[in-house]
Write a protein that binds this ligand. Sequence first.
Ligand code: PMP
Length: 334
Amino acid sequence: MIRELVKSFQPYRVVEGNYRVWLDKNESPYDLPDWVKEEIFDELREMSFNRYPHITSMPAREAIADFYGVSPKNVAVGNGSDELISYLVRLFDGNYIVTTPPTFGMYGFYAKLNEIPLVEVPLREDFTIDGRAIAEKSKNARAVFIASPNNPTGNLQPEEEIVEVLETGKPVVLDEAYAEFSGRSLWKLIDEYENLIILRTFSKAFGLAGVRAGYMLAGEEIVDALYRIKSPFSVGIMTMTSMVVMLRHTDLVEKRVRKIIEERERVRKKLGDLAYPSDANFLLVKLNAYEELLRRGIVVRKLSGRLEGHIRVTIGRRWENEAFLRAVGEITGG
Ligand code: PMP
């Protein structure tokens, strides 16, 4: 009854338990202040919960468009950026999807689910993309997915390598989920390259992971095409209202981002050679200590494949980072 393809997917790994410190999902450690929540609730109170949300999410698209100074026709929003990835693998002509492992797993996940072959062009030794190799492998591609900063390695990808891929004219999804922590976004290139799709999320710097809010910036033709196939009402009023309200408080977001970056650099220094440099809100750490950390009440992300023996640790609040560092000290005897 159940398709073999479906059976070949692993069930989601649910980590449950009374752990003290959760540094496994690259979330913001800061919840919204009560006054921001109140502002969201005040707007929601006036809305009709019995009615479907706007079918193409115009209220949220307008707020995002205003923020960037673009047209709402250049903006699509999704129930998390994951939802947008699920459409972007299907939107374009071609035979396969190109990804650059080790990278975010959902590109391959949705390709597989849609029975679209995956062509992998591994990152170089230093975790940068090889623009020329990607271009060569993209001749019949539907789209190329590049995360910058990359998850789980944490590094930004060089602009000239990304441009080399853009020059192929093939659709390039540039996933900038962690851009706020890197100080760089290439979103302005959407004017120059109509094959560029910038993917962003409110789950990280904006602290809305529990709300599910993502968006993309791209040319009008791509946004129009996406709205032809998108689930009609997947973006609810909670998601839209939260986006609209948060964009009024980007000063708060910036302050928190600065704190997280400060903590990231502090933790990295303490870890010394164990940690790689990062442009995101997490660190890639060369330490095979997932289970030992868990035993100490600290949840991080265990990595495999080329990054076997590594963990990815989200930057949390100061006391959480201290608990992590103390545990690492115990484990390494350092
Ligand atoms: N892209 C990257 C690179 C990510 O790391 C994540 C979250 N882990 C996402 C996209 C998805 O974010 P969301 O669906 O919460 O917007």
